[in-house]
Design a protein around this ligand. Structure first.
Ligand SMILES: [Zn+2]
Length: 83
């Protein structure tokens, strides 16, 4: 138990939190130029465009990516996405 706790602590200290796309978890985001509404991000991976991005560690980004791949797969196979 104690061992587990300290391991988790180390993990959290170590976590590489990066800005990521809320749609697919991708970290290749860039700012759209010439926007007057503020900062708009563009995800290179899924073409998400929006002002809202997430800060996530590796685990979270993988979850988002998995979810995105699942939706993509469903869309390809059934012609629609599901939640
Ligand atoms: Zn994306």
């Amino acid at each position: 138990m104690d061992e587990f706790m300290s391991e988790k602590e180390i993990e959290e200290d170590d976590e590489d939190t990066l800005l990521c796309c809320p749609a697919c978890g991708g970290t290749e985001l860039y700012y759209e130029a010439g926007m007057k509404m503020g900062r708009i991000y563009h995800c290179k991976y899924c073409n998400y465009i929006g002002a809202f991005v997430l800060e996530g560690n590796l685990e979270m980004r993988q979850l988002l990516r998995d979810e995105y791949e699942r939706k993509l797969w469903a869309f390809k196979n059934f012609g629609h996405s599901y939640k």
